[in-house]
Design a protein around this ligand. Structure first.
Ligand SMILES: [Zn+2]
Length: 278
């Protein structure tokens, strides 16, 4: 009996060690030395076969919750909420800050003075922007924050005039794009809600109430945005993307929409895309 206990304890300890090790974030290609656990700003290259996009660039990302310096507290969440969704853009894409990088109003804080088409805005690694500082006081970011992630398209539209399509991440229904002047919502059959913002709203490929299938085009990445007075105030060209889980404790109670960070869900979806497994 004691022997069995010892084996179980040893196994549990080994599992614990393995679990701790798996929490190490930074991995560098071709480097066999153990990663430095204190250095979490290194991009993650967690696939033995590096994944490349259509231009041959190697995909990497900064871990969840590691935002640019002085850009906000962030929110670490490594959960992949839906492993079966498509990535919301058809082509290559770059997640990073629209405010604290080149072309953003706070770019100079990080020495990033320049326009939104700066080449480094259109490159890897991805960086999380969930709970980036904002004046709005939102539930997930109590000091005010950005409750979504920002996604640049494959190329900078003002320079290239290219069209980059946003697509349905899963089968679902389009909800009232007309109710918000810059937001299109998609609700899947299980209630999960996605919000797509800043598309070219006068040229959407969907209509209110339309059922769409995974991968179907919704609209073009653009810069549509309006202030509280309803006047157009164009933002940078990007897709702002949000995700809400649907939860109801019983059939009698109306569901609650619980906003979550989509960052790692999108990392997983993009890796699948680059593998050709969407
Ligand atoms: Zn945003």
């Amino acid at each position: 009996m004691n022997t069995i206990k010892h084996i179980l304890l040893t196994a549990a300890f080994a599992f614990l060690i393995a679990a701790c090790d798996s929490g190490t974030e930074a991995v560098t290609p071709g480097d066999d030395t153990p990663p430095d656990e204190t250095d979490t700003d290194e991009p993650v290259l967690d696939d033995e076969t590096f994944l490349t996009d259509e231009t041959g660039r190697v995909f990497s990302y900064v871990p969840s919750g590691d935002l640019l310096p002085a850009s906000g507290p962030g929110h670490t969440d490594t959960t992949i909420y839906r492993s079966d969704i498509n990535f919301p853009l058809e082509d290559a894409a770059f997640l990073n800050s629209q405010v604290y990088r080149y072309g953003g109003s706070q770019g100079s804080i990080n020495g990033m003075d320049g326009g939104q088409c700066h080449t480094s805005n259109y490159d890897y690694p991805w960086q999380d922007t969930f709970c980036e500082s904002r004046s709005r006081n939102q539930i997930m970011c109590p000091d005010g924050g950005h409750e979504g992630v920002d996604i640049r398209a494959a190329s900078c539209i003002p320079d290239t005039s290219a069209t980059h399509w946003a697509v349905a991440v899963e089968d679902g229904r389009i909800i009232a794009p007309s109710s918000s002047r810059y937001t299109v919502r998609l609700q899947s059959n299980d209630g999960t809600l996605y919000r797509y913002m800043h598309l070219k709203m006068d040229a959407l490929a969907v209509t209110d109430g339309e059922f769409v299938i995974k991968g179907q085009r919704i609209g073009k990445v653009s810069n549509d945005f309006f202030n509280s007075a309803g006047d157009p105030v164009p933002t940078t060209y990007h897709l702002h993307f949000e995700m809400y889980q649907n939860y109801s404790p019983d059939e009698e109670t109306d569901p609650v929409f619980d906003q979550v960070s989509p960052y790692m869900t999108l990392v997983n979806a993009y890796e699948k895309k680059l593998r050709g497994a969407e």
